[in-house]
Design a protein around this ligand. Structure first.
Ligand code: FES
Length: 394
């Protein structure tokens, strides 16, 4: 009974209704007209803007498959500043590609101190079958206008939770939030030591090497070890990010582990990290990124299905391809559905399943108890098991 009462209170629809009712009651009971803007709301909007409008001021190439883009406020849209952020956070970038309108998360590569000078940097690496990265690398240049979300995510250093030394485990483009964290240490914004083990195939694949060398030369609290899986080279480790390698570089005492990299690295570390014997709060993972069905998932049989989408008072029935999430299917059909992290974490895409069943991989299942009771799903991580109908709140 108690549980039922709590769950009724947790129905997201009840929450939004209650907000509206509360606002109406306040307005009806106020003898004087309420101020339109509160100082606290103005500050909150500056720190957590819904959207940011940038223009690219510089582009730096890192070989043929990666580029860094310096973003500055787009004054022609009235933007005057770059929202401050915690090192390790990301921006969701709005893209229109062909008939698709979508948001893609990219970690901020620069440090928070640079945001106060009115700029931030996104580094984009070509991903295998990367719809968005291919588009960005081919089209973004100096002068391109870019719309993003405000800073998002929780892959940041928290002194009340994390140890004084962080062992960072990075792979591929997963290096970018660590660059932001290293800048924050160098600039005195964050106060911890970072030992970074960065896995790459070979030395040509290493991203941001010069930038990390420069930080390590300026700041002895940042140490970077390159681990090459396909090449043996003096001064570099060879192999994978095993528990044995981590222990060799980790401090003798307490430490935290932060992980950011491709899915294969997460799968590999699933068996390695428990060997370290750390408490769960000492291990933090950055988002998995978009979940790609591998075909090995039990409980999911790939097939084409129909999905009825109710959004902004309109209804459309679209095709959902085998292995495609409901969010990707909506984007492919040109429906501008809300999303940010694409990993089941932020809840921004939360929708209501009206009919049918979906498969949600356990790694990215961010549903809460109330979602199970009231049909809440995250389309970014929901793969239809048959024909479905969903309602997307806007
Ligand atoms: S986009 Fe963040 S939970 Fe779906």
């Amino acid at each position: 009974m108690q549980n039922n009462i709590e769950l009724i209170g947790l129905d997201p629809e009840n929450f939004w209704r209650a907000m509206e009712e509360r606002r109406n009651v306040i307005v009806a009971d106020s003898a004087e007209e309420l101020p339109r803007e509160y100082a606290m709301n103005i500050l909150a909007a500056r720190l957590h803007p819904h959207q940011q409008y940038f223009i690219i001021s510089q582009v730096k190439e890192h070989g043929p498959d990666a580029k860094s883009y310096v973003l500055e406020p787009d004054k022609s849209c009235g933007a005057t500043e770059c929202a401050y952020f915690s090192a390790g956070q990301y921006l969701a970038v709005y893209l229109e590609i062909g008939g698709s309108r979508l948001w893609r998360p990219y970690s901020i590569c620069s440090g928070p101190a640079e945001a106060l000078q009115g700029r931030c940097v996104l580094t984009v690496k070509r991903a295998k079958d990367g719809f968005a990265s291919e588009f960005i690398l081919a089209n973004w240049q100096a002068g391109t206008k870019v719309v993003t979300s405000g800073p998002l995510g929780h892959f940041s250093y928290e002194p009340l939770r994390d140890a004084k030394t962080v062992v960072g485990l990075a792979g591929g483009s997963g290096i970018t939030p660590f660059h932001s964290l290293a800048c924050a240490i160098r600039d005195g914004v964050d106060d911890f030591d970072l030992v970074l083990l960065y896995g790459s195939r070979n030395s040509d694949d290493i991203l941001l090497k010069e930038e990390f060398d420069a930080i390590a030369a300026q700041c002895d609290r940042v140490k970077v070890v390159h681990v090459l899986s396909d090449e043996k080279k003096a001064g570099y480790e060879n192999g994978f990010l095993t528990a044995e390698l981590i222990q060799r570089y980790a401090p003798a005492g307490d430490y935290s582990v932060f992980v950011c990299g491709p899915r294969a690295m997460y799968d590999f570390l699933e068996t390695e990290l428990p060997k370290l014997g750390l408490s769960p709060r000492r291990v933090r993972h950055e988002l998995f990124g978009e979940y790609k069905i591998s075909g090995r998932e039990s409980g999911y049989a790939a097939r084409e299905t129909n999905a009825k989408i109710v959004i902004r008072g309109e209804e459309r029935t679209i095709k959902c391809l085998p292995g495609e999430s409901l969010l990707s299917a909506m984007e492919r059909a040109g429906i501008a559905a809300p999303s940010q992290c694409r990993s089941g974490e932020c809840g921004y895409c939360r929708s209501r399943l009206l009919q049918g069943e979906v498969f949600v991989p356990s790694h990215v299942d961010g549903r809460r108890l109330a979602d199970f009771k009231y049909g809440g799903i995250h389309p970014c991580c929901s793969f239809p098991l048959g024909d479905t109908a969903i309602e997307v709140p806007m």
